[in-house]
Design a protein. Sequence first.
Length: 140
Amino acid sequence: MAEAIPEVLFVCVHNAGRSQMAAALLAHHAAGAVTVRSAGSAPAETINPAVRQVMDELGIDLSREIPKKLTTDAVDAADVVITMGCGDACPVFPGKRYLDWDLTDPAGRPTDEVRAIRDDIDTRVRTLLAELTNTESTSR
């Protein structure tokens, strides 16, 4: 019997910055070993342009991504839910692993600061991926 693929949900308020970067980075590094989703408690209209730019620098294209509304079904489907400043907006279900990553919101920040936030998220994502897949974290 095949082992189940873990599912991770990243949640922030607008789903236009932190959660989008985290989801894209985990999907990139996991290469199918993890199912990845992101959502926001109050989704924005579009992805933050500075976030798109700094992800583009890594060859990760967010141009087709749109902010998505957080749903109970998305939380229910996830094995791990990672919140990033969404407070009590995320429903809590028993049997889920919840992590809260204290990250600066990239909204309105200069590109250098957004790049630093991206790099912080990348380090956390690599650690999470290693835990979920029982592998060593690799460098970029």
